[in-house]
Ligand binder design. Structure first.
Ligand code: BEZ
Length: 219
């Protein structure tokens, strides 16, 4: 059994810790609930607060974008499930959305500590705004941490998921500010001419020997 102290400093490539917790859809077993999907697991500081209301509303409004990418969304704060259930009404009313993803109630801070979502020098009682993107093998592929005062950018979360899924499928990396449809980068480790021909049938341009660009393979 992994302890909170051992897992609080979660890094890319680590297995996302499994847990069982109460949520707005009842008892939730994290890995089982994820199944073969990707996951976005994000914490917010507190129910009935304005920035959080906009973020949870945005996560709901982007439901189709997440589904299209085979991503399940899960939220968490250290409030109770009863509190989440009441607040959901406000989110839906003010943000004009349907909150169709579960929210974990973590009054004991057990899951928050397991994921290092509490940063004591920012606040010892609330979770900060963390995001974990988890792939179908349950590996952590992205971590983000934002302060309580700054709402996250869900376009950016979706952009990174697109980039990760593209890299997994097509052996490409993505350059600064990449958007879906832009040219991609061929990893420098790929040098074999046959492999280059097979992997990048649209061809590539060599800018420097270590810097080659190719049209986005799946467009
Ligand atoms: C908010 O969601 O508005 C918020 C939450 C905690 C601290 C500051 C702002």
């Amino acid at each position: 059994m992994t302890t909170a102290a051992e897992t609080a400093n979660l890094r890319l490539g680590d297995t996302a810790p499994d847990f069982i917790a109460d949520s707005t859809i009842g008892k939730l077993e994290f890995h089982k609930w994820l199944g073969d999907s990707w996951g976005v697991f994000f914490s917010h500081p507190k129910d009935f607060t304005p920035v959080c209301t906009t973020e949870l509303g945005e996560a709901a409004k982007r439901s189709a974008d997440f589904k299209k990418r085979n991503v399940k969304v899960l939220a968490l704060s250290v409030d109770s499930v009863a509190s989440h259930d009441k607040w959901k009404g406000d989110i839906e009313e003010t943000q004009k959305c349907l909150v169709d993803y579960p929210i974990v109630g973590d009054g004991s801070k057990r899951v928050a500590n397991l994921y290092g979502m509490i940063h004591p020098n920012a606040s010892d009682s609330f979770t900060v705004r963390t995001v974990f993107v988890v792939d179908p093998k349950k590996k952590i592929r992205l971590t983000m941490t934002y302060p309580a005062s700054t709402g996250r950018n869900f376009d950016e979360i979706l952009r990174v998921i697109d980039a990760l899924q593209l890299s997994d499928a097509h052996k490409v990396a993505t350059p600064v500010n990449w958007q879906d449809g832009d040219d991609c980068i061929i990893p420098p480790a790929i040098q074999d001419p046959e492999e280059l021909k097979t992997n990048y049938p649209k061809g590539f341009k060599t800018i420097k020997p270590y810097f080659r660009v190719t049209p986005q393979p799946n467009k």
